[in-house]
Design a protein around this ligand. Structure first.
Ligand SMILES: [Fe+2]
Length: 488
């Protein structure tokens, strides 16, 4: 099946957002996100996705837009965007060299908080283009398809953007996204909604792609500061290179607009809608808003409140703080801030001092840690940095030995990875992920052997959906799909 710029289903301009347009199917963005992921091959949620997209288009219509007036100005525009970002990054590097502190991440917990908060977007990276995949025979889509397949790492696990991000989350115990602010799902939902609506929103898909694939300053600074903190910046550095305006996704995104401009249909209306889609890439909570929104006190309270449900009833009666036993303190989430204050008054927690001076920390870490395993690596880092206060600006990991950390300067992630490689250790073993035992991989092979050519193509497209492309079967399907495209 083909769709072309002349055949996309024409849609009237979106109505201003009324209560119905802004209502989220499923009640919360997080739930709608899960529903869209689960339904990505069935089209069952197309009308809900359309309703959501219309609401977002209307609510982003008045945001400032720096796109040129006509598509012919796009090539100069994309170079200017990249130039602005690299010039500003050069200034940032100068400031840092002159002794300025990190601009984004005050401490290591702050950086981990950011990685978790943007996860709903990163875990569906590329999803907005999924809907063009089944129209792969249309030569006007070649740049869009190339971008989608590169997001999927050409079927190699260590290049698949979602695999890389999942590995990053797992390494730092960030993989539970429970209790994340619902607004953080906005971009992910837009991307999934566009991905299942290409037939109705082709110009918006192309416009969103144009906005999303430009090189932003925050990507450059994020990569630099993650590396400095000893955290793997690969997901971000990868995007610095793939989004370049000479040969990368930024150029391809411009080319996709030009290739799909109607020759017979209404080019002005198409361009108007490309601009609408471009505006969608600015919807929701931006990266720098997420970074600015970090409040370590609030995050610590959130984590203790979350733990209180499991911890309530698990402590013996003789544990008492400020006259109340621990089970009693943990019975009501509302009491957590007061409980943390009581722990400080009783000397269990000493903020602004090395963690070793807090008796509470010795319950979490160390040879006789009675609460070992209760908190995830991210949560321990957060508590560690909260306890240390200003001193946590040094970026020390909670696992670092204090004496060693004081004796030597912490290596950046890249230096540490090089040292690990010389010791024969691999920092990232996702390359082997597609060789693993996997039930879907077996099912894919079996089903392909029974299907005709058209059926095989449909199955491969299904296996390359946002919910599946990062699995061993999805990666295998991507490689087979590429072979098919090459021989077409
Ligand atoms: Fe990506």
């Amino acid at each position: 099946m083909f769709i072309s710029a002349n055949e996309w289903h024409s849609r009237p301009p979106a109505a201003p957002p009324g209560p119905a347009a802004l209502a989220v199917p499923g009640g919360t963005l997080a739930r709608f996100y899960s529903q869209l992921l689960a339904a990505d091959t069935t089209g069952a949620l197309n009308s809900a996705a359309a309703q959501f997209l219309d609401g977002q288009i209307a609510s982003t219509a008045n945001l400032s837009c720096d796109l040129p007036e006509t598509p012919q100005g796009l090539e100069g525009w994309t170079h200017a965007v990249a130039q602005r970002a690299t010039t500003a990054y050069g200034q940032y590097l100068e400031e840092r060299k002159a002794g300025a502190p990190r601009r984004y991440f005050g401490n290591r917990a702050h950086a981990l908080y950011f990685l978790r908060a943007v996860a709903p977007t990163k875990l569906v990276d590329g999803a907005w283009l999924y809907g063009v995949l089944k129209h792969w025979r249309n030569p006007r889509f070649s740049d869009l398809l190339r971008i989608y397949i590169e997001e999927l790492g050409d079927g190699a696990a260590d290049k698949n953007h979602v695999v890389i991000y999942r590995a990053l989350l797992a390494r730092h115990g960030l993989d539970s996204l429970e209790n994340l602010d619902d607004r953080l799902y906005t971009q992910g939902v837009i991307q999934l909604a566009l991905g299942c609506s290409a037939e109705d929103y082709l110009p918006e898909v192309i416009g969103f792609n144009l906005g999303y694939e430009q090189l932003p300053l925050h990507l450059l600074i994020t990569a630099y500061e993650l590396n400095e903190l000893g955290l793997d910046p690969y997901y971000f550095t990868l995007h610095v290179t793939v989004d370049n305006p000479d040969t990368g996704h930024a150029k391809r995104a411009v080319q996709a607009v030009l290739d799909n401009l109607p020759r017979l249909g209404d080019a002005d209306d198409f361009w108007r809608r490309v601009r609408q889609g471009f505006q969608l890439s600015n919807a929701g909570v931006g990266s720098t808003d997420v970074i600015d929104g970090f409040d370590i006190e609030r995050e610590v309270i959130r984590i203790f409140s979350h733990k209180s449900a499991a911890g309530h009833g698990a402590h013996s009666d003789y544990c008492r703080v400020a006259g109340r036993n621990i089970n009693d303190w943990l019975a009501r989430k509302e009491d957590i801030p007061e409980f943390l204050g009581a722990l400080q008054n009783a000397g269990w927690i000493k903020r602004g001092t090395p963690v070793e001076e807090s008796r509470f920390w010795s319950l979490l870490q160390g040879p006789r840690a009675e609460m070992f395993g209760v908190f995830s690596p991210y949560e321990l880092q957060l508590i560690h940095d909260w306890l240390r206060g200003e001193a946590s600006r040094d970026g020390r990991a909670y696992t670092e030995n204090l004496r060693e950390a004081n004796a030597t300067r912490r290596p950046s992630f890249r230096v540490a990875a090089r040292l690990a490689a010389t010791r024969g250790e691999s920092a990232f073993d996702a390359a082997q992920a597609d060789e693993l035992l996997d039930v879907d991989l077996e099912a894919l092979k079996l089903q392909l052997s029974t299907l005709d050519d058209g059926g095989q193509a449909r199955l491969l497209v299904k296996a390359m959906a946002p919910s599946q492309h990062w699995t061993p079967a999805g990666l295998q399907a991507t490689r087979l799909f590429m072979q098919r495209m090459a021989s077409f």
